[in-house]
Design a protein around this ligand. Structure first.
Ligand SMILES: Nc1nc2c(c(=O)[nH]1)N[C@H]1C(S)=C(S)[C@@H](COP(=O)(O)O)O[C@H]1N2
Ligand SMILES: [Mo]
Length: 410
C-alpha cells in the first residue's frame, strides 16, 4: 500500500512537471523572440515605435516565468531524489536551473539599471547574453531530443506500439547507438547554427584582436582631419569594448558636396561651414566612456573634436534660447539638451576616435557625444545644431525612452 501511494504521488508529480514544462516552453519562446528583437540591430530600424513595448513584454514575461519556478522550488528536492539514478536528467536539471537563475538576476539588474552605475549594467548584460547564448540552443536541443518525434525516429520500427513501452537501453542495443548518433547530430547542427553570431558577440569582450571590421567605408570627406599629439597615439590608451552599431535609418552617404554643418536658431551669429572650413576649427581631446541605455558600454575612448560649449559661445546665444536641438544628416534622428546641460565641458562634436576617423556606422564624419548621459543623446552624422525656445522631444524619447538620460555614476 505504501508502495502504491508513493507511486501515485510520483505520477501526479510527473504530470504536474509536464504541465509546468508546457507553460515554460511557451514563456521561454516569447522571451527568446522578444529578446532577439531587442538584440537585433535590424529590428531597431524596422519597428522603432514598438521597441519599448517589446522591452516591457520581455520584462513582464520574464517575471511570469519566475512564478512556476517559485512553485517548483519547494519541490525541487523531491524531484532531484526521483532522478537519483538518472545522471543525465539531473545534470540537465541543474544546467537549466543555473541558466534560469542567471537570466532572472541579470534581467532584474538590467530592468533597474538606473539604480546602479553602468558597470553593473554592462556586467548584467554580459551575463544575460551569455546565459542566452547557452540557454536558447540548449533549450532547442532539449526539446528536440525529448520530443515524441525524436523517440519515434530513434525507434524507426513499429513506432506506435513501442512508444508505449519504457525504453530499455544498453550498449548492445542498436537503438542506443542510433540515439547517440542522432543526439550528436542535432547538437552539432544547433551549435553550428548559433556559433557565428555567438563568436561575433563574444569578440566585443575580448582584447582587440587586430583591426575591428567596418561595415562600410564611405563618408571619407577630404581633407582628412589630422589627429593631434594627444589623439594619436590616444592618451586614453585605446577604447575598451566594442560599440553595438545602432541606426534607425539607412547610413547616410555623405560627401564634400552634400555635407555642411549649420549652427543657427536663436543665436546672434549663425554659422555655416563646409567640410574644409569645419576641419580647420580648433579641436580638443578628451577621454570618456560611452553608455547605451540597453546596458553595453565602451570605456576609455579618446575623442577629438570641438567642445560644444565653444561652438555655442562663438555663435553668441540669444536670451530667449533655452534648448539646443541636434539634427542628424539621416534626416530623421534628433535630440535635445537644455542649454544648461549643453554647457557641460565634456560634450563634444567629435570627428576622431582614438586618433582615427570615426567608423561610418558610428557617425562619420561628425557625431555628438554626451558622456554623462545615455548614448541616445549622442546624435550620429550630426549636421545641424539649432537653439530653440521650447523643449523638443527627441527621436527615442518620443518612442518611450526617458527624457531624463543622466547616467547614474554615483
Ligand atoms: N543618427 C542617429 N544617431 C544615433 C542613433 C540613431 O539611431 N541614429 N542611435 C543612438 C543610440 S540609442 C545609441 S546607443 C548610440 C549608438 O552609437 P553607435 O551606433 O555608434 O554604437 O547612437 C545614438 N545616436
Ligand atoms: Mo542606445
Amino acid at each position: 500500500m505504501n508502495y502504491r501511494l508513493f507511486f501515485q504521488r510520483k505520477i501526479n508529480f510527473g504530470k504536474r512537471l509536464i504541465r509546468l514544462h508546457h507553460s515554460n516552453v511557451l514563456l521561454f519562446l516569447v522571451l527568446s523572440i522578444t529578446g532577439f528583437i531587442l538584440f537585433s540591430s535590424t529590428f531597431r530600424s524596422l519597428f522603432p515605435s514598438v521597441r519599448v513595448w517589446i522591452r516591457d513584454i520581455h520584462i513582464w514575461v520574464g517575471v511570469l516565468l519566475c512564478l512556476p519556478l517559485l512553485f517548483y522550488l519547494p519541490k525541487m528536492k523531491q524531484h532531484v531524489k526521483t532522478l537519483q539514478k538518472k545522471n543525465n536528467n539531473r545534470i540537465n536539471l541543474y544546467f537549466i536551473f543555473m541558466i534560469l537563475i542567471l537570466l532572472i538576476f541579470s534581467g532584474l539588474l538590467l530592468t533597474y539599471h538606473r539604480l546602479f552605475p553602468p558597470i553593473v549594467s554592462s556586467f548584467s548584460l554580459f551575463i544575460h547574453d551569455l546565459a542566452t547564448w547557452f540557454g536558447v540552443p540548449y533549450a532547442i536541443y532539449h526539446s528536440i531530443t525529448r520530443s515524441q518525434w525524436f523517440k519515434m525516429v530513434v525507434k524507426t520500427k513499429q513506432p506506435e506500439k513501442r512508444l508505449q513501452e519504457p525504453i530499455i537501453i544498453d550498449d548492445q542495443n542498436p537503438i542506443y547507438r542510433r540515439r547517440t548518433f542522432l543526439k550528436v547530430l542535432s547538437g552539432s547542427i544547433i551549435a553550428i547554427a548559433f556559433l557565428p553570431s555567438m563568436t561575433k558577440w563574444l569578440r566585443a569582450y575580448l582584447p582587440a584582436a587586430g583591426p575591428t571590421e567596418t561595415l562600410t567605408d564611405g563618408n571619407r570627406l577630404s581633407p582628412l582631419p589630422l589627429p593631434s599629439a594627444n589623439s594619436s597615439p590616444p592618451i586614453g590608451g585605446g577604447k575598451k569594448g566594442e560599440f553595438r552599431y545602432y541606426t534607425v535609418t539607412e547610413i547616410p552617404r555623405l560627401t564634400n558636396e552634400n555635407w555642411s554643418f549649420t549652427l543657427n536658431g536663436l543665436v546672434k551669429q549663425p554659422k555655416h561651414y563646409n567640410w574644409s572650413e569645419f576641419v580647420k576649427l580648433q579641436r580638443d581631446v578628451q577621454v570618456s566612456d560611452f553608455h547605451c541605455v540597453t546596458g553595453w558600454s565602451v570605456y576609455d575612448i579618446t575623442w577629438e573634436g570641438i567642445p560644444l560649449k565653444k561652438l555655442l559661445q562663438d555663435s553668441v546665444i540669444k536670451k530667449e534660447a533655452k534648448y539646443v536641438k541636434f539634427y542628424s544628416a539621416d534626416g530623421v534622428y534628433t535630440d535635445t539638451l537644455s542649454l544648461t546641460q549643453a554647457m557641460q565641458d565634456d560634450i563634444m562634436v567629435a570627428v576622431l576616435l582614438d586618433g582615427k576617423l570615426i567608423n561610418q556606422n558610428n557617425g562619420r564624419p561628425v557625431r555628438l557625444i554626451v558622456p554623462k548621459m545615455y548614448a541616445y543623446k549622442s546624435v550620429k552624422w550630426l549636421n545641424r545644431i539649432e537653439l530653440i525656445k521650447d523643449d523638443h522631444i527627441g527621436y527615442w524619447e518620443e518612442r518611450g525612452y526617458s527624457t531624463d538620460a543622466w547616467v547614474n555614476n554615483s
